[in-house]
Design a protein around this ligand. Structure first.
Ligand code: PLP
Length: 408
């Protein structure tokens, strides 16, 4: 087996497969980087192939219908009234989009405050904010009551103390898979607005939501604070086209939006110039919903498979059943002290599972201080390969001395 029965990514320079070392050891199963070892939307790939049949890939203008398309998608799929004027189409990915918003916020009248972000949290925010010269402050998520919640009071206090703070979070949340509640998001938007700052809600995982949950986009949840809120989105995660440049922003405040556009033009970008990403976005938003429903159903089955097996074999490891997307957050402490020979005694759970089981997860340290000792498992791969990964981890954990016993 090559990590993903049916989808062999050998030779494609996939970061996920290279990180896992599948080309050196075909028995390895890559469960790290957040893209899918599952085929994307066939109609989208057919449209890309057709476009590539034309022998010119020159500069392109923005499709005049693109903003309305985004607004219609939000109305239909997320029940949110989005003004097409809010939409800024970007010729790069979501991580760079965050940097542009940070620079645009800094160019405004408010002071340049710190970046405030929960921990654990997707590491892109801290990385780009640090590079942009902002202080980064992590605020631990609240884990009382067996789930993760946003510590909104702490964010509000920090925003009051440090004017011009930018609050950044992923919604739904990477790595825990939580779908934040509308009232939590409203409180966070109020906190940012209260400190003359901005809330950046990165919603790239919002199109895959498991039954029983509903994503509320921050521009809707924010209500009267929408003007201090920016949404970052892209079809990359859900449609498996993260290698294309298709991020977009929702920026309700016209002044901030002007500064965003000026910032990207200052880097030599313009809203067109994203030929293949724009095409992918068009096909996804115009025709992708039925396919997305079947993808989500398959991912819910995979989530249940891995959660059931690991919750049984490694009590306490599954901190939170994912409510969205294809990421599972695992507590390394639940695995006890088993170390394959040759590994350092302080090796993290990613290294342990790679050496002992040939499965590659993402080290929790990538998600800030609260992620140390944890790991993130990506379950978007063919079911037989996922079942094999689950068995390997479960068998290893069941033998491990000092693992947590059931009931803890
Ligand atoms: C919340 C979030 N934002 C952004 C990204 C990636 O952005 P980019 O494709 O620009 O690196 C990821 C990837 O895992 C993510 O989880």
């Amino acid at each position: 087996m090559r990590g993903g029965d049916g989808l062999d990514r050998t030779g494609t320079r996939s970061v996920k497969w290279l990180n896992a070392g599948v080309e050196q050891d075909p028995g390895r199963i890559p469960l790290g980087v957040a893209d899918m070892d599952l085929p994307g939307f066939p109609a989208l790939f057919a449209a890309l192939r057709e476009r590539l049949g034309h022998p010119a890939l020159g500069y392109s203008r923005v499709d005049p219908a693109a903003r309305e398309r985004v607004a219609r998608w939000y109305g239909r799929r997320h029940g949110a009234a989005v003004d097409p004027d809010w939409v800024v189409l970007l010729p790069f990915g979501p991580r760079t989009a965050v940097r542009v918003v940070l620079d645009a916020a800094a160019a405004g009248p408010a002071p340049r405050g710190p970046l405030l972000t929960p921990t654990p949290e997707y590491g892109g925010f801290a990385a780009v904010a640090g590079a942009a010269g902002r202080t980064v402050r992590e605020i631990p998520l609240d884990r009382t009551g067996g789930t993760y919640r946003l510590p909104v009071e702490e964010f509000a206090a920090a925003c009051r103390r440090q004017p011009g703070a930018v609050v950044a979070l992923s919604s739904p949340h990477n790595p825990t898979g939580r779908v934040w509640e509308a009232d939590e998001l409203h409180a966070l938007a109020a906190a940012a607005a209260g400190g003359d700052g901005v809330l950046i809600s990165d919603e790239v995982h919002c199109e895959i939501v498991h039954p029983g949950h509903r994503h509320v986009t921050a521009v809707r949840a924010a209500g009267e604070f929408a003007a201090s809120t920016v949404v970052v989105h892209s079809v990359g995660k859900a449609f498996n086209v993260s290698g294309l440049a298709d991020a977009f922003l929702l920026v309700p405040d016209p002044d901030l939006r002007r500064r965003v556009v000026a910032t990207l033009e200052g880097f030599g970008f313009f809203e067109g110039g994203r030929l293949l990403g724009a095409l992918a976005q068009e096909i996804a938003l115009e025709h992708g919903e039925p396919w997305l429903r079947s993808l989500t159903a398959g991912l819910t089955d995979r989530r249940d498979l891995i959660v059931t097996r690991l919750a049984d074999a490694v009590p306490g490891a599954v901190a939170c059943v994912p409510e969205a997307s294809f990421l599972l957050w695992l507590d390394g402490a639940a695995f006890g002290g088993a170390r394959p020979e040759g590994l350092a005694p302080d090796a993290g759970i990613r290294e342990v599972l790679l050496a002992a089981c040939g499965v590659e997860l993402t080290d929790g340290a990538a998600f800030g201080a609260a992620g140390r000792g944890w790991a993130r498992l990506n379950f978007a791969l063919p079911a037989p390969a996922l079942a094999e990964a689950a068995e390997r981890i479960a068998r290893f954990a069941e033998k491990a001395p000092g693992r947590r016993s059931a009931g803890r």
